[in-house]
Ligand binder design. Structure first.
Ligand SMILES: [Mn+2]
Length: 396
């Protein structure tokens, strides 16, 4: 018998970027997108016969979600546990408090004592039984710097280097691996970044927890479920270490990247597949309107050529200085089916203003060339006469 797992991460419930405030419901419209993708995953989990759902960090976008945002997560959890699915909710950097013993937005759900809800706020191993078989889930929430200091890896004043993080994380994984019961299938779930990832967010800062992929992807683990990087990718082949990626696009660097989650099957060997969520489309466009006589019309024509229905659109326009012939409001009015539209203006640098186009005859060209050369200038009349002779000869 094989164990089927839903691996998702970076749900970012409550991320309000590129949405609008809906005063009627007092929510940001992006919350509907997050709810839709989670509903899709709950349905998929049922269809795929999932036994365990791993939510590998950044479930919420903020440490203090609103009641409406909490309700979206509660609905997702209810859908999963309602199908007898074990839910492991692991804390990421967006919800894990920096100070121990502080409640996170996941704490109150754990307090309810749901049978199959596992709240992971500290590194540890939990073993669940799936149809008579033991599955060990080892988890590492987003590591805080204080753990390095507490563990003696770092003095209180020195900044953490990648090497120190790697040593700490590798040794944490060693400690967790020792707790895996013999013969159990084993998963490692961690919210952090591995050194070989593609698609590092702009917001990523120095000193953050990082490790080599092969420091964590190793026996006894059959699969390593990663969170934190929003771009779906495999970072190690055996055992597979995979970032599920975020369920929705969260910025324009992800405009052309598929979004989804991973379905893992732990059988004799591990197999996994990527499942695409119905994430909202992002369109990132560049337009040079600096040479246009009617920039507003030109922008509308270009925009009409692409599929923008329900999309989040960013127009990067290059314009002449002071050109205010149109703005986002004009376009929003013309394209009401666009979900969100932002216009980013770049003005043409006066110093690099395009030169006036003009045509040159060979003699005009020579005339201008001589004018720019101080050595040739005194001989201009003579040179032009010689050139005229030459031209006549060539033309016959
Ligand atoms: Mn994160």
């Amino acid at each position: 018998m094989s164990i089927v797992i839903l691996h998702t991460a970076d749900l970012h419930i409550g991320d309000r970027r590129y949405g609008r405030f809906d005063p009627q419901r007092s929510i940001n419209t992006r919350l509907d997108d997050q709810r839709r993708s989670l509903q899709f995953l709950a349905d998929a989990a049922q269809k795929e016969g999932v036994h365990v759902a791993l939510l590998v960090g950044d479930i919420y976008h903020s440490k203090s979600p609103t009641p409406a945002e909490e309700d979206v997560f509660a609905e997702f959890v209810a859908n999963l546990v309602g199908e007898d699915i074990h839910v492991f909710a692991i804390e990421g950097n967006h919800e894990r408090p920096a100070i121990p013993d502080r409640a996170s937005p996941l704490t109150h759900i754990a307090t309810l004592g749901l049978d199959r809800f596992h709240h992971i706020s500290e590194p540890g191993v939990e073993v669940v039984e799936i149809k008579g078989e033991a599955l060990a889930v080892a988890a590492i929430p987003w590591p805080h710097r204080r753990e390095l200091i507490d563990g003696g890896y770092l003095g209180p004043k020195s900044p953490p280097s990648p090497e120190i993080w790697d040593a700490y994380i590798e040794e944490s994984v060693d400690r967790l691996a020792e707790q895996i019961p013999d013969g159990a299938k084993a998963i490692l779930a961690a919210h952090l970044w591995t050194a070989n990832v593609r698609g590092i967010p702009i917001s990523m800062s120095r000193g953050e927890p990082i490790c080599r992929a092969d420091s964590i992807a190793r026996p006894p683990f059959d699969y390593v479920a990663l969170g934190h990087i929003h771009r779906h990718q495999e970072v190690w082949p055996d055992p597979p270490a995979v970032y599920s990626g975020s369920i929705e696009r969260t910025d324009f660097t992800e405009a052309n990247i598929a979004k989804g989650a991973v379905i893992v099957e732990l059988g004799r060997k591990t197999t996994w597949k990527f499942l695409q969520t119905p994430a909202r489309k992002f369109v990132d466009m560049k337009m040079d309107l600096s040479g246009m006589t009617d920039p507003a019309a030109a922008a509308a024509t270009k925009l009409a050529q692409i599929e923008t229905d329900g999309a989040i659109v960013r127009l990067n326009v290059t314009q002449m200085p002071g050109d205010r012939s149109f703005d986002a409001r004009h376009l929003r009015h013309k394209f009401p089916s666009i979900f969100y539209l932002r216009v980013v203006r770049v003005e043409v640098d006066i110093d690099r203003k395009p030169v006036q186009l003009r045509t040159y005859s060979p003699l005009d060209a020579l005339d201008e060339f001589i004018d720019r050369d101080d050595e040739l200038k005194p001989h201009k009349t003579e040179l032009i006469e010689l050139a005229k002779d030459l031209l006549e000869e060539v033309r016959g």
